[in-house]
Structure formats: structure tokens, C-alpha cells
Design a protein around this ligand. Structure first.
Ligand SMILES: [Zn+2]
Length: 295
């Protein structure tokens, strides 16, 4: 499942008022869809979340850091989780990949209904294990509004965030992407006004990508009349970092007694005394014998 083509463009306004990131996430979302066989609404919900997480990952302080974004809403999608690393590579999970609430009256996928009401939490694992956590209420369940609100309330960072996922008739992702603009301390008022004015053009960002616009074209729209510099472009992808060793440690963390109970249960069902764990991010299966777990 090697997929290429998703990239993040990073830059800053020349006056230091704001930094911006633009991502084209179609290929990343199609890789996610292969792993989870999502319904169109689930593709949009998880797709928007991994699109945001990928950009946010690249803002982490150092290599080895991760950010986990969790929507715990009461909608039929259940829990939605995205984990991104410092390089912007991302993996995701949706509890109910078949979530399919009725469309909105305007014919659009109803991501807000799929997510429902509840909490949005961020866990950043930085500097080799320190956890920074924050939580806000889900505002609309439309993902972008919720994450922008999280930044405003929990981290006091004014943020413009637009995310879009367009699902084709064959259920593949036709176009998707996002833009994130964050104000830096002591921004110029005139620049802030222009960013707010330009934001109106970004409301349907998947359509902009569908029209063939590049990350650079979208940055140009977002920063119209504002001098800015582009720093770099990162290649990012949907990637799971699970391994037999890591999954084994996860099982071992349950404790000897619990593992013995589970092995006994297997035996009662007439199966081998072994345990199989399935990675919830990519579907990989790992099986361990009793000796490997308790030996
Ligand atoms: Zn995995």
C-alpha cells in the first residue's frame, strides 16, 4: 500500500504575523480508505481529521513527537482518532467505518451528524514522553470548526482552518485537502484583517483542489495582498508504524493474569492457546503463542 502524492506546503507572512500550511491529502485519504473500507461519510469524517492531523504534526517541536486527535462524539461514527508524527505522516481509526447518516438537505455528506456531540481531545507526546493534553466540546462535528475552536480555547491561538474531502461516485476520494493559518504573537492588525477577508475564498477547499489548483495556488488565494515566503514542501503519507514487537508489548501490558484468562478462553472455544491482535489503524494481524507471551 505505497501511496505517494500528498504534500504539505509551509510558509509564513513576511511580517511574521502568521504561519500557514496547505495540504493536498487525496492520496493519503485513499490509502486510509483502503485500510478501513469507509462509507462516504466516514471517509469525509476521518479524512478531514487525518488531513488536519498531518498539518498539525509538522508543527511539533522535534523528531519523535506525536499528536493524537480524538473525537469522542455520540454520533454513529463513534470514536474518530488520528495520530500524526513530526514529519506529517498520519494514521487513523474510525469506530464505525460504515457510518452513513442521511445527507444534509443541500445534498452534502452529513459529517456533523456522524460525529455527534461530545468532546475533542488533543494529546501531544513531546520530548521523549512528556504528555500535553487538552480538551474542548465538539462544536458542530464538522471537524474543521471543532479543531479551530480547540486551538482558540485550549491553546489561545487564533486559527483559520478549512478542510474538505470530496468523495466520488465509486466511493474513492476525488479531491481533498486543507489549509491552516495560525496567528503568531503580536500580529499586524492589517494582516489579520486581510487573512480574515481572504478566508471566505477557502470555504470549499476540496472544490479548489478538484479544479486542479495546487497548494501554491491555494496559498496565493489565502494570502492575497499579503507578502509571504514559502519555506518548504513535505511529502506526507498514510502510514502505520505498528510492529509485532510493539503489539506484543501492548498485550503484555494487560498483565499475566488477564493474558492467562484470555488463553484459557481460547482453549475453552477449542482453539490454540494463542492470542491474535489486530491493529486498529491498518488492520494488520499479529498472533502470539503462549510461550511468546508468558514464556
Ligand atoms: Zn498498524
Amino acid at each position: 500500500m505505497k501511496v505517494q502524492g500528498s504534500t504539505i506546503l509551509r510558509g509564513m507572512t513576511r511580517d511574521g504575523s502568521a504561519r500557514f500550511l496547505v495540504i493536498n491529502s487525496r492520496d493519503m485519504i485513499n490509502a486510509m480508505r483502503e485500510a478501513h473500507a469507509t462509507s462516504p461519510t466516514a471517509t469525509a469524517a476521518l479524512g478531514r481529521t487525518i488531513t488536519a492531523a498531518s498539518m498539525i504534526g509538522t508543527m511539533l517541536p522535534e523528531e519523535g513527537d506525536t499528536v493524537t486527535i480524538t473525537f469522542a462524539g455520540d454520533g454513529e461514527a463513534g470514536k474518530i482518532i488520528a495520530v500524526a508524527d513530526y514529519f506529517g505522516n498520519v494514521k487513523g481509526y474510525i469506530q464505525n467505518p460504515l457510518a452513513s447518516p442521511p445527507k444534509k438537505p443541500n445534498g452534502k455528506l452529513n459529517v456533523g451528524a456522524a460525529v455527534g456531540a461530545g468532546t475533542l481531545s488533543f494529546v501531544k507526546c513531546v520530548g521523549g514522553g512528556d504528555l500535553q493534553t487538552g480538551m474542548t466540546e465538539i462544536v458542530s462535528g464538522e471537524i474543521a470548526e471543532d479543531i479551530a475552536t480547540y486551538f482558540a480555547l485550549s491553546e489561545q491561538i487564533p486559527t483559520v482552518l478549512s478542510l474538505g474531502v470530496r468523495v466520488d461516485k465509486d466511493y474513492t476520494c476525488l479531491a481533498a485537502g486543507g489549509i491552516l493559518i495560525q496567528l503568531l504573537p503580536f500580529p499586524e492588525e492589517a494582516t489579520v484583517d486581510l487573512i480574515e477577508r481572504n478566508a471566505a475564498a477557502l470555504s470549499n477547499i476540496s472544490q479548489l483542489f478538484e479544479l486542479g489548483m495546487s497548494n501554491e495556488d491555494i496559498a496565493e488565494l489565502a494570502l492575497k495582498d499579503i507578502p509571504y515566503d514559502i519555506f518548504d514542501t513535505l511529502e506526507v503519507e498514510y502510514r502505520c508504524d505498528c510492529s509485532a514487537d510493539r503489539m506484543r508489548k501492548k498485550i503484555l501490558s494487560l498483565g499475566r493474569k488477564e493474558i492467562e484468562n484470555m488463553l484459557d478462553e481460547q482453549e475453552r472455544e477449542g482453539k490454540d492457546r494463542s492470542l491474535t491482535a489486530v491493529c486498529r489503524f491498518c488492520g494488520s494481524e499479529y498472533t502470539y503463542s503462549e510461550a511468546e507471551l508468558l514464556g
